[in-house]
Design a protein around this ligand. Structure first.
Ligand code: FAD
Length: 385
């Protein structure tokens, strides 16, 4: 069968790209190896899909070339996607920090994309495995459902995080096959494993904090888990962290422990009880057990008070590792942006070969940024294929 365009991967980027190419009258086939499209869309945002962020800038993305994402993000903005969402009557809300979520379900976003595909004549082949790709004058795609020929081939197979959802390294292999460089991949937006299991008994406890690493900091919640630490502030910093390095956590972003001690001194409060006014009680108890034995606060001298303040504001930990690709929301690294046109996403070396979405070395923060990159890069390629 002959197509103008074949897109491999029916995820966020692939579907957006297919819609745009379909609108231009291109004959489009999307090949998906899973039994259904858009699985990550369905599980995203806790089932409510954080589909974009109204504060998107290139500063919210990590890439060897921080400028690469600018052109695509400028040509398809959060507002463009919001217009599409509103056209379909999907109700949404801002949860916090510009993050837009569906009121009801992620399925609404996937249904919208599939409706747009169908309205624009896009064919989607599910349960189809690509066995080989060759380029003669056109691309020849051999698959378990037969052989296809196309002028433009788009790789939209995403990263390798959550392999149990169908993620594969297919995109990187194709890049290698055609001589394109792939930067080192690593799990991103991923929980940390802590060396010592000292925080036993705290899983589920969440505390607002500022997490610092290498001049980056995020103020949001941290969450104790059975293996270590997670929560939005930890996931954000994990995008920047590399193994063996220390992170610093300020557990008092909005509280002043020194004046609190002064105010409570006359009533001879126990330190652990005072800390339990700021933190969950179990955390306060564990903290005193590990770092600062409790005593009545009127017995704390100035140096001890300063010391207490200092360790609460500069809690230093060296994570043992991350929980890896099995738990990572995204994959850092990918197809080297130096190999692609920022305007079209086309390979500079191989005419007609495009890479979009997470397979490219562009990784967003937590908060709707990764989907915005998928929509914007998919749109960009969709205008040219
Ligand atoms: C649990 C979780 C929650 C998330 N929540 C959010 C959120 O709320 N907001 C946000 O912005 N981001 C979120 N993300 C990140 C976001 O889902 C991804 O960045 C985004 O889906 C990337 O889009 P993509 O189209 O590049 O890849 P994907 O959406 O991963 O799509 C790739 C597609 O290619 C298919 N595929 C893979 N290999 C092959 C192959 N060999 N042949 C054929 N098909 C193949 C896959 O099955 C998949 O359908 C979340 C991620 C996870 C794991």
């Amino acid at each position: 069968m002959n197509y103008d365009v074949i897109i491999i991967g029916a995820g966020a980027a692939g579907l957006m790209c297919a819609i745009e190419a379909g609108k231009r009258g291109r004959k489009v086939l999307v090949i998906e190896h899973a039994e259904k499209p858009g699985k990550k869309i369905l599980i995203s945002g806790g089932g409510r899909c954080n589909f974009t962020n109204i504060n998107v800038t290139s500063g919210n993305f990590i890439s060897q070339n921080p400028h690469f994402c600018k052109s695509a993000l400028a040509r398809y903005t959060p507002q463009n996607f919001i217009e599409l969402v509103e056209k379909y009557g999907i109700k949404y809300h801002e949860k916090k920090l510009g993050q837009l979520f569906c009121n009801s379900s992620s399925k609404e976003i996937l249904d919208m994309l599939l409706a747009e595909c169908s309205n624009n004549g896009v064919e989607i082949q599910l349960n189809c495995k690509v066995t080989n790709i060759n380029k003669l004058e056109n691309f020849i795609v051999n698959s378990t459902d037969g052989n296809f020929k196309c002028e433009s081939l788009v790789i939209a197979t995403g990263g390798i995080s959550i392999p149990q959802m169908g993620a594969t390294d297919f995109g990187y292999k194709i890049a290698n096959q055609f001589g394109l460089n792939v930067t080192k991949t690593a799990p991103g937006l991923v929980p940390f494993i802590l060396n010592e299991n000292s925080f036993n008994g705290l899983p589920g406890i969440s505390i607002e904090a500022i997490v610092h690493y290498n001049k980056k900091s995020f103020q949001e919640n941290i969450l104790f888990t059975h293996k270590g630490l997670s929560g939005p502030a930890i996931l954000q910093i994990s995008n920047y962290w590399s193994k063996g390095n220390e992170i610093t956590i300020d557990l008092l972003p909005d509280a002043d422990i020194i004046s609190k001690i002064e105010v409570n001194k006359p009533i001879k409060t126990e330190l652990v009880n005072l800390l339990a006014q700021i933190f969950p009680k179990r955390f306060a108890e564990k903290w005193c057990e590990l770092y600062f034995p409790s005593k009545p606060i009127n017995q704390l001298n100035e140096t001890e008070i300063q010391n207490l303040n200092n360790i609460l504001r500069n809690w230093k930990i060296i994570p043992n590792d991350t929980e890896g690709f099995g738990k990572a929301e995204v994959t850092k690294g990918g197809v080297d942006t130096g190999e692609l046109s920022g305007k079209t996403m086309e390979s500079k070396k191989i005419q007609g070969l495009y890479f979009i979405g997470e397979v490219v070395d562009v990784t967003g923060w937590l908060g709707g940024y990764n989907f915005q990159w998928a929509w914007s890069s998919g749109f960009a390629a969709g205008q040219y294929i």
